[in-house]
Design a protein around this ligand. Sequence first.
Ligand code: ZN
Ligand code: ZN
Length: 428
Amino acid sequence: MPSILIKNGRIIDPSQGVDRVMNLLILDGKIAGYDVPPNGQDRIIDATNKIVSPGLIDMHVHLREPGREEDETIATGTAAALAGGFTSIACMPNTEPPIDSQASVEFIQHQAARADNCNVYVVACVSKNREGKELAELGQLAKAGAVGFTDDGAPVYDPELMRRAFEYAIMFDKPIINHAEVRELTRGGGMHEGLVSMLLGLPGMPGAAEDVMVSRDILLAEATGSRLHVQHVSSKGSVEIIRRAKLRDVRVTTEICPHHFTLTDECLRSFDSNYKMSPPLRSRRDVEVCLGGLADGTIDVICTDHAPHSPEKKMRELDQAPFGILGLETCLGLVVTKLIEPGILDWPTALAKMTINPAQILGIAKGTLALGADADVTIIDPNGNWTVDPLRFKSKSVNTPFTGWNLRGRADTVIVGGRVKFEVANSN
Ligand SMILES: [Zn+2]
Ligand SMILES: [Zn+2]
């Protein structure tokens, strides 16, 4: 494998508290040294004025394969991940059929190896066939490589099933990852319940639908001593509930998606289904509380909930269109433009939420530039301005609400296991 020297970059590695300009050497697919001078390496990458980060990790991605290859495949989804700066992603199990068996975990691993883009970790089902009735074989799934369990797309509804999932997961030290939504409270809704839904006359999904289930899950995690990861937090209530739970040392972590800290329910005035997701875009006040949660560490992770839907599906009327939007190729630009540039997060804090924090939650040896670690590296151009054009996306779908947005910050070079897998100069 060719040796690579990344020179003069600002290396930010939150896992080691490192933030300084220096050279980084990659040998045999591993991080091999700092401050090494250029000395006959096979490739020298000039990272002057760029940021050199541990490879970014997105712990919430829907790859759609198997079953919905018209929306995305493992090959196209992982290509989109690379273009967005991600070297590792964790995929959700709500495929058709769902990822609830050892064989289905192995299928994903096989397809990911064949695509040979970024690393793919599998989050497997909590319940058999995602039906919420019977526990899946969590032990077998963990053995096959599952890094966590969720029925995402839907919550684990039955509290007894949830309690037993916690009790089993603790044996393998895996998190139970839940989509928090009380369905009786959101039934028929397509947007956040509030002033805007009232003005538009559309049925709403109240913040309480999220808050109630986050509370339940926290109490069950506390009672069992197990680990809970709350998916795509969006309501002010759930941020506050999680903050309080952390203060009393409940083992709870959470994540947020860029759309939930950049957009509000006001966007639905356009009736554009690219603003329809679950949980929904919420009020300005909810967004402010989420930003506070990002800043004070209540929210551990930034992820995308990348949810491709083919145009035929997403172009339906708002009430008929499916929930969800793309995320992989706009995430980094939104983080830089909406969190770092305005001073809400500094670079090390933002990168921790996209590297070491998700790695620790999933228990994977990633998200670090420590000596000897796998050479997964994302070189970021923090000043690179670009305009979002979904026709240039690597994803198979185009469902984004950010078309035409001018963003600052993008992945410049992405290295996975010591091999250069993406270069912005060669993309298009
Ligand atoms: Zn979800
Ligand atoms: Zn999801």
